[in-house]
Design a protein around this ligand. Structure first.
Ligand SMILES: NC(=O)c1ccc[n+]([C@@H]2O[C@H](COP(=O)([O-])OP(=O)(O)OC[C@H]3O[C@@H](n4cnc5c(N)ncnc54)[C@H](O)[C@@H]3O)[C@@H](O)[C@H]2O)c1
Length: 348
């Protein structure tokens, strides 16, 4: 049996605990050290997850002790940390959002490509069980060619207590939640080429937008409407579910509360209830999000071992970040924006 790949996790903050629990469920890999600028956080993760060593300086990446790095820090730090990992020759999985703007994303991708280092973006929503199942139904041809989708994420979870940096993030909602929806839209409906977007700041005192409505045109002429808000009061809250619909020429699939896919064809309708994985470390309401993390990490490790491409490689993700950039441009200029050239070097 080949020994497990050895990983270093960088960034021992709020979300890292989900990563560390999830890594214990992944076959073929183990986190052997953690790192945070804040020694108390690094030590706490090392103790709580029984990880032998902790560090406060990310240059430990160059020690030759690791095969890969899991970067779980905020987006402002990603370019420098990914560049350090690339220099150290480590394979990389880095949390979303990859970076605040498409130019930085392109620099990150070009640097990794030049050194032939594999980088995957931790874009976990498409790894939720409900979206794997939805993709499989689409692949089966049951509802025919897709023509329309809506993806809706609206709740008022107090995201600011766990992630206070979001209060001061100028590109907030589209980068935090919109990026998941833009990835899902392409996962389910294929590549998109134009974007229309309206942004709103509903809660007072935020640096950025906390709601947005985005309309995508896909290259196969389908349309996706995305609506996202952290200022929607509904009880019970639908957090953290993405709701919506996918329509095809021969049927429709509704994505309903309670993790239900309702599949309509001309003569039939059926419900598929998507069960969670019943892991001992997950808890409501986060369960479906948490369950997606071992799945994306396993995909990363399986691809490293097989040389299969990452679904959300940094190269593939440029499409998604080009859509996000186009959404901000569209909102600023009140017009439809074509993403042509945005994901390529030399684009605007
Ligand atoms: N995919 C999801 O479902 C999901 C959910 C929540 C958060 N996130 C993402 O996870 C990332 C981390 O979020 P968080 O809320 O845990 O952030 P956080 O601020 O709580 O933690 C980040 C940690 O990184 C450390 N850090 C920063 N720069 C460092 C460096 N150079 N070397 C070592 N340590 C460094 C900080 O000290 C901090 O402890 C963000 O990009 C966020 O958007 C993703």
């Amino acid at each position: 049996m080949t020994p497990p790949l050895k990983g270093l996790l960088i960034g021992c903050g709020f979300f890292s605990r989900n990563h560390l629990h999830a890594w214990t469920n992944v076959e073929g890999a183990a986190i052997t050290a953690v790192c945070d600028l804040d020694a108390d956080r690094a030590r706490a993760c090392s103790e709580d997850f029984n990880i032998a060593t902790w560090h406060t300086d990310a240059s430990i990446m160059a020690s030759g002790k690791f095969d890969f790095v899991d970067i779980c820090t905020t987006m402002d730090t990603h370019e420098a940390l990914v560049a350090q990992a690339v220099s150290a020759g480590l394979s990389i999985i880095v949390q979303k959002p990859l970076a605040e703007d498409i130019i930085t994303c392109r620099r990150i991708e070009a640097n990794a490509r030049a050194k032939n280092v594999r980088v995957m973006v931790h874009e976990n929503f498409r790894f939720q069980k409900i979206f794997r199942r939805l993709r499989a139904i689409l692949d089966s041809g049951e509802i025919g060619e897709t023509t329309f989708a809506s993806l809706s994420w609206r709740n008022d979870i107090d995201v600011y207590s766990n992630q206070p940096y979001l209060l001061n993030t100028e590109r907030f909602m589209i980068m935090d939640v919109g990026i998941h929806m833009l990835d899902l839209a392409q996962f389910l409906m294929g590549d998109a080429d134009t974007v229309n977007c309206l942004n709103q700041s509903v809660k007072q005192g935020l640096a950025g937008e906390d709601a947005a409505t985005i309309m995508l045109h896909h290259t196969n002429a389908a349309t996706t409407v995305i609506d996202i808000s952290y200022a929607t009061i509904r009880r019970p809250s639908s957090f953290p579910q993405t709701l919506g619909v996918v329509e095809g020429r021969e049927g429709t699939i509704q994505i309903l509360e309670g993790e239900i896919l309702r599949v309509h064809t001309d003569k039939t309708v059926r419900d598929e209830v998507i069960e969670d994985d019943k892991r001992d470390w997950t808890s409501a309401p986060w369960t479906q999000i948490q369950d997606s993390i071992p799945r994306i990490q396993q995909h990363f490790i399986d691809c490293l071992k097989s040389t299969n491409p990452f679904e959300t490689s940094v190269r593939e993700s440029l499409k998604t970040y080009a859509l996000a950039e186009a959404a901000y441009e569209s909102a600023a200029m009140s017009q439809l924006v074509n993403i042509q050239n945005l994901e390529e070097d030399g684009g605007r």
